[in-house]
Ligand binder design. Sequence first.
Ligand SMILES: [Zn+2]
Ligand SMILES: [Zn+2]
Length: 264
Amino acid sequence: MLGSGGPIASPRRVSAGYVLSIGGKPRLLVDAGGGSFERIGRSGLDISSLEQILLTHLHIDHTSDLPALIMDLYMGDRKRPIAITGPTGRPGNNAAPENASPQPGMREFVRLLFGLRGAWRYMNTFEGFGITVRDTSVYAVAVPHGMMPSVAFRVDCGAESVVFSGDISASTASFIALAKNCSMLVHDFALPEGDVPNGKLHAKPSAVGYTARQSSTKRLLLSHLMPPIESELAQSLTIVRSEYDGPIEVASDLKAYEIGAQRS
Ligand SMILES: [Zn+2]
Ligand SMILES: [Zn+2]
């Protein structure tokens, strides 16, 4: 767990970021919010073995440390492209007013940052530099999150599986199907049950619990906490527990969560 927080600065939580190690080696980075870079340094993780970066969506609290981490990989003598997967974009003029503005997908995002006319075009002078945008790889489904195209990911490895909700505003049938019987569900837990600003962007505790129960999730890890839920944490957890009776943990930055048998 690099960052268990959201877009508001906190003394204990940086923005969203997760490293998935398999066989003792970091293989996947999921999201790269502000602070992920510092947390990787502090944790001592060697990310030279990273195979892929998964971005749930392009909100700043999930992506702002991406350039710093890309830079780190190539300063660390990486000589092969890094693969990135994320949502596709959306053209404008959608019938729904909240979808009226076009949003870049992963391909355009990378081009705007690192393309030959991008803001950080100088990175192309690094030997072996490259970012391969993959449209498909791990399992993913689209999830609702206001006007921002967003996806949730599922990674299977042997008998174990971990699902990352990313930011998600409600429980949906397709997300429940994605999370079915997973070993661990890392779920957005940003806001309390009552009415709060931006309350439509994140699932309420009752919806989190409902998803965990309906999907028969084996273990629920709550992340992306924001100040409004921190101040109502006990009540919010009680609401989740009223829906889901499996093990529940509130994520802490820099804590490692073991899934299945450790192999190294
Ligand atoms: Zn977020
Ligand atoms: Zn978001």
